[in-house]
Ligand binder design. Structure first.
Ligand code: HEC
Length: 113
């Protein structure tokens, strides 16, 4: 595979190159003002996702939920947002290191800075 990003990049570069900024607001990331998907402040919203009775995924922690959401977006569709819209191929285009870096950042984001 030719990864979009390796995980060696600074987090700002990683989110831009992976294209997440087009669809998501991500506090602390310049230019991340997309409105297609939910704002990515999983430090605030992650626990509620796991507690939702509609949640049918495998994740036990917010960190695992973030990785699952990126590699398998159809596992749980956030209420109020469109299904089959987030690309389903990120699992083939992001290295394990890049996924880990994304999850480590997002699980700590509480709100707008
Ligand atoms: C083409 C638009 C698009 C792109 C690009 C995109 N996403 Fe998404 N994303 C969505 C939509 C729409 C949802 C909500 C529906 C769903 O849950 O699948 C979502 C949901 C999510 C969720 C769950 C959020 C929550 O509040 O529970 C995470 C985490 C996520 N995306 C991370 C990412 C990351 C990281 C990237 C880049 C690697 C990315 N997305 C790229 C559209 C996109």
């Amino acid at each position: 595979m030719v990864p979009l990003v390796t995980g060696e990049e600074p987090i700002q570069v990683l989110f831009v190159r992976a294209g997440c900024v087009v669809c998501h607001r991500i506090p602390g990331i310049a230019g991340a003002d997309g409105k297609v998907g939910p704002p990515l402040w999983l430090g605030k919203t992650g626990a509620a996702r796991l507690a939702d009775p509609q949640y049918r995924g495998q994740a036990q922690t917010v960190r695992e939920y973030i990785v699952e959401s990126v590699v398998s977006p159809g596992t749980y569709v956030v209420p109020g947002f469109p299904a089959d819209t987030m690309p389903a191929w990120y699992g083939r285009k992001l290295t394990a290191g890049a996924l880990d870096k994304i999850a480590a950042y997002l699980e700590l984001v509480m709100d707008e800075p």
